[in-house]
Design a protein around this ligand. Sequence first.
Ligand code: DGL
Length: 249
Amino acid sequence: MIGFFDSGLGGLTVLKEAVKLLPQYSYIYLGDNARTPYGDLDQETIYEYTVEGISALFHRGAELVILACNTSSSVALRRIQQEFLPHVYPERSRRVLGIIIPTAEEIGRITRSREVGVLATQATVNSLAYTKEIAKVFPEVKTYEAACPMLVPMIEDGESESLEINDLIQIYMNELLVQSFNIDTIILGCTHFALIEGQIKRQLPYGVRAVSQGPIIARKLEDYLARHSEIENKLEKKGERIFLSTENS
Ligand code: DGL
C-alpha cells in the first residue's frame, strides 16, 4: 500500500488528491490526532513521533510512506532517510518521501514576481526548509515565511468556520505580506491549511494567489512511481483505503 502520515487531519487533503489522480492503488492513512499539533514541539520529539507513525504504517503493509506533513518533512525527513531507514531496512525495501522539495520544485513555475510567501507551523518556519529548498532550485526567487501557531489546533477542534479563525488568518497573512509588497504567491505550507483554503483565499489581496500542496504532491507521486518500477510493481492495485487515527477515529 501507499502510506500517508500526518500529525492529524491535514494530510487527508493530500491523500484526497492522490486518490483522485491514482485511484487504482491501495492507500493507508495515519493521523496522529492524539498528539497533534506537532508544530510547537521540539525537533527530537517531532522526529520520534514521525518515526513511530511511519513504523506503524510499514507494519500494516505500506511500502512507501508520504509524509503529508510539512512539519515532519522539514524536521525529520532527512534523518529518517539517512539514519532510520538504512538501519531498520538495510535492504532498502521501504521508502519515505516528504512534501517540501516537490512543492519547492513547482513554486518557481507559478510565481511571476519571483517573490513567494510561506504560511506554515512554527517548527517548519524555524527550520527555514522552504527558504533553503526554493533557493536550491530557483536561486533568484525570494522566500518569506510566517508562522501560524494557532491554526492547526483550531482546525483539529472543528473551529474552521469560526470568526476567530478568520481574525487569525488576517493577522498571520499581514505578518507575511508586510515583509514584501512583491509577494504574488503564498504556499499553504501546512497541510491543515488546505482545510481552510476558502477562508484564506477570501482574505488574499488582489493579485496574490494561495497554493495548496495536494494536487502538486499527487502529480509528483505519479512521476515518482513512473520512475521507480521496483516500488510500483510491489503496490497493490485494489483501490482499498484504510484510515487510522491515534485518537477516536
Ligand atoms: N499538517 C501538519 C503540517 O503540514 C501540521 C503540523 C502540526 O501538527 O502542527 O505541518
